[in-house]
Design a protein around this ligand. Structure first.
Ligand SMILES: [Zn+2]
Length: 174
């Protein structure tokens, strides 16, 4: 189900993947070699992984939808005699056990707290961002190198800058 929270986390994943893509491309072309050698891929993978470390501050950002739903909306609803999950209003709020509307237990929501779930969620996001960013980065560079290989057939001895974001590196006929 495409909930707002899911889309929010997908957006964070894509933003981090874009960062990984950029870092991967920078490291992948650093030796001016052409082709996906194991060494180049290893260096670029490791570099793009290490460059995710500065984003450790963002660990609770993927929890923002939960923080809102529980800490703000949920507690406000609860205080107003409503179900903290769906907002349904009950006259017998104090004695009822489950919400007749959504089936959730009718208990006062706990305040938001950092938990292992927060860390696991962020680790999964980083993992997806890393894999997506590396995959797109490698495909991007491979496509540029394939284009160059065709260009060299037409113009032997050609050299030209790589495609963005590696325009400072030059592709040469090997
Ligand atoms: Zn409910």
């Amino acid at each position: 189900m495409l909930s707002f929270a899911f889309l929010f986390r997908a957006l964070i994943t894509l933003a981090l993947a874009a960062h990984v893509f950029y870092m991967y491309c920078l490291a992948r072309t650093i030796d001016d070699g052409v082709g996906p050698s194991a060494g180049r891929i290893a260096v670029a993978s490791l570099f793009s992984l290490v460059m995710l470390i500065p984003f450790a501050w963002a660990i609770t950002i993927p929890d923002l939808p939960d923080i809102y739903a529980r800490q703000f909306r949920g507690r406000r609803w609860w205080a107003a005699g409503r179900c903290a999950s769906c907002g349904y209003r009950f006259d017998d709020h104090a004695t009822r056990e489950r919400c007749a509307e959504c089936g959730e237990a009718l208990v006062e929501p706990e305040p938001y707290a950092y938990s292992g779930r927060t860390a696991r969620r962020f680790a999964v996001i980083l993992l997806f961002a890393w894999i997506i960013g590396m995959g797109v980065g490698e495909a991007w560079i491979a496509a540029d190198e394939a284009t160059f290989a065709r260009e060299v057939l037409v113009t032997p001895g050609l050299d030209r800058p790589r495609r963005w974001p590696n325009a400072d590196r030059v592709l040469r006929e090997p």
